[in-house]
Design a protein around this ligand. Structure first.
Ligand code: ZN
Ligand code: ZN
Length: 347
């Protein structure tokens, strides 16, 4: 089969590799769409793990081609999406319902070969795959599998945004746009912050009430102006930039919550310097949130299938398998808006 294989830092090659074998507890997925995510870009640059060779891609959607003998939920021909938060089901976190924090770290493209390939062997499929509603495209499913669920679950489950609250979202990529749409639908006032006008335009489309281009002003000051000096109840960091973490913190009103969705660089270089006295004096909370356990996907999928949430504005481009590296190079230049999804695995 054809696959993009990462063979070293920025050493990325389209080549033939053996088709993976379906495991007894797994499915063989014919990949129809796989999103090009910023965390793939990190791996391409060698910022995180350096295990080679590796097939990246953790935002997969496709058709079940083969089913292992232990699988009960799926059959060949089913349309499925593969949630980014893979797990094996036996560790304490899994047993407590937090499969997204599983010790096995069965994330596609990290724990096993991922979706920048024609086929993927997905392990423990009964818990690591979900039906894709018929009225959603594979490309939409790819965005839902990682970026949308991250914004959705962070706003709904972790920050528990309430009607009438003020929410500022820093970073209007896929995760930030999902957070904006979800917060807006929940009845919050939403302020979107980004350095690109094109991203802010999409932010408006998905529900932002105010937009701030932080390349031309101090976003903390602007947020204070908009909120009559108070600040926001929830500030969402959807980028993974340590300076922006501090800006989020400084944007909070008393009793505010900082929702951290972006991951920064590994090691002390990624650490943010949070002012401690204001943390105590304002009774602020800092909340981390990582994708979602599998049971959190169902409510999101139902809302999207019913048209109450709409992923389409996030999908800005599609690309071929051979063009994925080019998208990473454009990410270097900050030249990508919204979500790009690979949906042509023959070219
Ligand atoms: Zn992703
Ligand atoms: Zn586990």
């Amino acid at each position: 089969m054809r696959a993009m294989v990462l063979e070293g830092v920025e050493d990325y090659n389209l080549r033939e590799v053996p088709k993976p074998e379906c495991q007894p507890h797994g499915i063989l997925l014919k990949v129809m769409a796989n999103g090009v995510c910023r965390s793939d870009w990190h791996k391409w640059h060698g910022h995180y793990s350096r295990n080679y060779p590796k097939i990246l891609g953790h935002e997969m959607c496709g058709i079940v081609e083969e089913v292992g003998e232990l699988v009960t939920r799926f059959k060949p021909g089913d349309r499925v999406m593969i949630p980014v938060s893979g797990s094996e089901g036996t560790c304490d976190m899994c047993k407590a319902g937090h499969g997204n924090l599983c010790e096995s770290y069965l994330v596609p493209g990290i724990g096993y070969d991922g979706g920048f390939a024609e086929y993927v062997a997905v392990p423990y499929a009964d818990r690591n795959a979900e039906y894709l509603p018929d009225n959603l495209s594979f490309e939409e499913g790819a965005i839902l599998s990682c970026r949308y669920i991250t914004g959705f679950k962070g706003i709904v489950e972790t920050a528990k945004v309430k009607i009438g609250e003020w929410v500022a979202i820093y970073g209007c990529g896929g995760v930030g746009l999902a957070a904006i749409q979800t917060a807006s639908k929940m009845g919050a006032f939403v302020i979107a912050v980004d350095i690109k006008d094109a991203a802010l335009e999409i932010a408006k489309k998905v529900g932002a009430d105010y937009i701030i281009n932080s390349s031309t002003c101090d976003p903390v000051e602007e947020i204070k102006k908009i909120t009559n000096g108070k600040g926001v109840d929830v500030a969402v960091e959807a980028l993974g930039n340590k300076q922006v973490v501090v800006q989020c913190f400084n944007s909070l009103a008393k009793l505010g919550r900082l929702l951290q969705l972006g991951v920064t660089q590994l090691g002390p270089e990624g650490d943010a310097s949070i002012p401690i006295n204001p943390l105590v004096q304002g009774e602020f909370q800092i909340l981390g949130s990582l994708s979602s356990p599998i049971q959190g996907f169902k409510p999101m999928l139902e809302l999207v299938a019913a048209g109450k949430l709409d992923v389409k504005p996030l999908l800005t481009e599609t690309c071929k398998l051979s063009e994925v590296e080019n998208i990473f190079k454009r990410m270097d230049e900050n030249d990508v808006v919204g979500a790009v999804v690979c949906n042509d695995f023959a070219n």
